[in-house]
Design a protein around this ligand. Structure first.
Ligand code: GTP
Ligand code: MG
Length: 349
């Protein structure tokens, strides 16, 4: 299965740092091609960066050359004073890491093989997704209230902790909650059912409540700094859209809102790609009053979210505790629907 829409960060590093992943088949050794495989070099090593600038960079979360090499010029200009200076520093950082603008398709193939999957704990949903949710991608769950978005976020926060043979990545989760609907008790229930120690499972989830959209952006900035250090392989944002909709109502604010949302999604894509983590976001549906035929509901967030999310899953309520899931907006996936149940054990087939 190929991911759609995502812009691949095209990198390769110095040949002497060959830390190839063990693979079943013999492959041509192309060296480390994932940003997360690049070495951590202090920002002070970058040509043209002195002690004072290095200090400033660190204060803003750019601790390694890698952070600088993949920064946007605009972003970095706020730290170093001008866009020209920022561009020069970024170029110097890329040079230091031995990055090239192009890689071969074989390298890309190798890079794609580094994508890992986290099982949702629901077989049919995993099948629909091609084996679970992917690292280095953003998966979006969209649906009406009670559709099961938050439940799936809870479930994945537990699933990522399981060993690989049980569908996880033996890693931690980060949970950014904008609506105050995270329930530790629910995590404990799900963890117990999945054979984990409930308290340990809670310890392995780093939780933050985001009080407004600016706060949310700050938290994601913060996330960038700690995902690798803390062995986090799943970053959840439940919901990505709620604050934006509340703070920027009406058409007159739409452009500004979308610009900010775009910035947030770029940050998330970068985290996913640089650190090989899975990002899961939830989204709401809005009514289209002018639609008389077909589905009168559509996902909020417009084109920005539609292009940013790598996979989009639409969730619907069925009878009682039955939920229906469908992947939409994807040329690669069949328009098939699957069902699952929300029980005391979490989401199950
Ligand atoms: P909004 O955030 O309101 O848009 O909805 P959502 O899509 O996040 O819905 P959510 O995931 O919160 O699903 C809520 C549904 O999950 C409820 O209607 C319950 O049926 C079910 N649910 C939540 N907690 C439990 C629980 O502890 N046990 C069981 N059996 N079901 C639960
Ligand atoms: Mg919810």
């Amino acid at each position: 299965m190929t991911r759609k829409k995502k812009t691949e960060t095209v990198v390769e590093s110095k040949p002497e740092q060959e830390t190839q992943e063990k693979t079943e088949e013999a492959t041509v050794n192309v060296g480390p091609i994932l940003p997360s495989e690049l070495p951590d070099i202090d920002v002070e090593e970058i040509e043209g960066v002195g002690r004072v600038t290095a200090q400033k960079l660190r204060q803003h979360g750019y601790t390694t050359v890698k952070d600088v090499a993949f920064a946007s010029v605009k972003e970095l200009a706020e730290v170093v004073g001008s866009e020209d200076r920022a561009l020069n520093i970024i170029k110097a950082a890329q040079k230091l890491l031995g990055l090239r603008p192009f890689i071969s398709a074989l390298e890309l193939y190798e890079k794609r093989r580094s994508i890992k999957r986290i099982s949702t704990g629901v077989k049919s949903l995993d099948e629909l997704l091609g084996g679970g949710i992917e690292t280095r991608a953003i998966t979006e769950f969209v649906g009406e209230f009670g559709a099961g978005k938050t439940q799936l976020c809870h479930q994945l926060s537990v699933m990522v902790q399981l060993p690989e043979d049980k569908g996880g990545l033996s890693a931690k989760a980060m949970y950014i909650d904008t609506e105050g609907t995270f329930r530790p008790e629910r995590i404990m229930q799900i963890a117990k059912y999945r054979g984990l120690d409930p308290k340990e499972a809670l310890k392995n989830i780093l939780y933050a409540r985001a009080y407004n959209s600016d706060h949310l952006m700050l938290l994601v900035e913060e996330a960038k700094k700690i995902v690798e250090k803390e062995n986090i392989r799943l970053v959840v944002i439940d919901s990505i859209i709620a604050h934006f909709r509340a703070e920027y109502p009406g058409r007159e604010n739409l452009a500004e809102r979308q610009q900010k949302l775009n910035q947030l999604i770029s940050m998330l894509l970068r985290i996913a790609d640089l650190h090989n983590v899975a990002v899961v976001v939830t989204n709401q549906v809005i009514a289209q009053p002018d639609v008389f035929f077909g589905n009168p509901l559509k996902p909020a967030g417009g084109h920005v979210l539609a292009h940013g999310a790598t996979y989009r899953v639409w969730l619907r309520k069925g009878k009682e505790n039955i939920r229906i899931a469908k992947i939409f907006d994807s040329p690669m996936h069949p328009e098939r629907e699957i069902t699952f149940k929300i029980t005391d054990h979490g989401c199950v087939d």
